[in-house]
Design a protein around this ligand. Structure first.
Ligand code: AMP
Ligand code: ZN
Length: 116
């Protein structure tokens, strides 16, 4: 079930092209169009969920799948051993611009902490 005006639902439907690097029953992942690191992949659930705030207890497995996908992709991208970051922004003050849940996977360079 998608949201008609959601960019990532359009990518899921194949209406907007994306460089897809991973697909499972519950999630897909594709390269960020404006990468902030040599590896910058977005991992999204197939089901439209706007933000972390909209999650409920039944979504626990789905969220776990996003992290397991991150682990898999990090290994495929060759960043697992050196290190990488996963981050999920929630709402405007945290920088969320696309309101379909997504985990950023960033790697391939040293990442500073704390993030801005
Ligand atoms: P956020 O700011 O956490 O909501 O992240 C949204 C991300 O989506 C940003 O890093 C954008 O660069 C990325 N993005 C926006 N449009 C596209 C697109 N068509 N394909 C891939 N990534 C996109
Ligand atoms: Zn969506």
């Amino acid at each position: 079930m998608g949201s008609a005006d959601c960019l990532f639902c359009k990518i899921l439907a194949g209406d907007i092209p994306a460089d897809i690097v991973y697909e499972s029953e519950t999630a897909i992942a594709f390269r960020d169009i404006n990468p902030q690191a040599p590896t910058h992949v977005l991992i999204i659930p197939r089901r439209h969920i706007a933000t972390i705030n909209a999650l409920d207890a039944d979504d626990a497995h789905l969220v776990g799948d996003l992290f397991l996908a991150a682990k898999h992709i990090a290994r495929e991208e060759g960043v697992a051993e050196r290190g990488y970051r996963v981050a999920m922004n929630c709402n405007a003050a945290a920088g969320q611009t696309v309101f379909h849940l997504h985990l950023h996977l960033l790697g391939g360079r040293d990442l500073s902490w704390p993030p801005g």
